[in-house]
Design a protein around this ligand. Structure first.
Ligand code: PMP
Length: 308
């Protein structure tokens, strides 16, 4: 689905018209993948539009840059303010927000240290990533033949642009084979994550999701949110390594991510998960997640930054 253009994009400190937010073809990051980005969502709430966990996303953006030795040439506060203003100037009620930090035109070669660091933030209306039907009725996934990055090969803790080559290879493989999404294992065979989502298993009423110490998956903000919500609903959550057959034998499996939100998984490698329909716990967490992001749960209001 094509991106729905809005009016303005924030670039290096100012708002420019959507069609003028351009970069040179010799932009360093285009050639070597040295960039970091975020995916954030804003939702309509009873008190106006609010960005969900904005500070957490901006903190992760700076952490991602730090891992790559990129110094972001703005203070965090400036990017927080720019994000909120961007949603406002584009008159968006709910949207997806994409900040990106990248290396610009100037020098070529693999030493990035002399390159100019550029920052842009765009926002546009974007429906749920894996589709409304997937969100409501569940999706079919496949274990990818591609393995997830190892932390000493590519730092999965950084949401770096180059890492998404691995995700895109897995995504295309899964789509061409007729599935909705891929699940990647790490090189030891442990379940890592989806191409742009973290994964949860429900078994006998307990939730399981891979530990950060696996080092191959992004530490998801939605994953963290779901852990908190599940705990507050009285559910136990364990960060533990999972293998492929744990997914086959689960009562429920679901993905989490800012773009994807909370998506039930009905089958893995054509093995039905549970009764092959979105599970009860998945549905309850999905429902609670939407209430929280849409400002309908006072308890979690601290996670919302209002646009005005
Ligand atoms: N893993 C990967 C590889 C991702 O790209 C994303 C999306 N940012 C996630 C997990 C989920 O992270 P979050 O919940 O913070 O969006």
């Amino acid at each position: 689905m094509p991106i729905e253009a809005t009016k303005k994009i924030w670039m290096d400190g100012e708002f420019v018209n959507w069609e003028d937010a351009k970069v040179h073809v010799l932009t360093h990051s285009l050639h070597y993948g040295m960039g970091v980005f975020e995916g954030i969502r804003a939702y309509q709430t009873p008190s106006g539009t609010a960005v969900f966990r904005l500070v957490d996303h901006i903190n992760r953006l700076y952490d991602s840059a730090h891992i790559l030795s990129i110094k972001v040439p703005f203070e965090k506060e400036q990017l927080i303010k720019a994000t909120l203003e961007l949603v406002k100037v584009n008159e968006l009620t709910s949207c997806y927000i994409r900040p990106i930090v990248f290396l610009g035109y100037g020098e070529m070669g693999l030493n990035p240290l002399n390159c100019e660091v550029k920052v842009a933030i765009a926002a546009w209306p974007w429906g749920t990533y894996l589709g409304e039907s997937g969100l409501n009725n569940g999706i079919r996934v496949k274990i990818s033949s591609w393995r997830r990055h190892e932390p000493n090969i590519m730092p999965g803790a950084s949401k770096a642009t180059a890492l998404y080559l691995n995700s895109a290879l897995a995504k295309v493989e899964a789509l061409k084979a007729g599935y909705d999404e891929a699940v990647l294992l790490n090189s030891q065979g442990y379940v890592s994550e989806g191409t742009g989502e973290n994964i949860f298993v429900v078994k006998d009423g307990v939730l399981y999701t891979p530990p950060s110490s696996l080092g191959t998956a992004l530490e998801g903000i939605t994953q963290k949110t779901i852990i908190t919500l599940a705990n507050d609903m009285g559910l136990n959550v364990e960060r533990t390594t999972l293998i492929r057959t744990d997914l086959y034998l689960a009562d429920e499996v679901f993905f989490t991510g800012t773009a994807a939100e909370v998506v039930p998984i009905n089958s893995v490698d054509d093995r039905q998960v549970g009764d092959g329909k979105p599970g009860r716990i998945t549905k309850a967490l999905q429902e609670m997640y939407f209430k929280v992001v849409k400002g309908q749960e006072d308890k979690y209001k601290d996670w919302l930054d209002y646009v005005s």
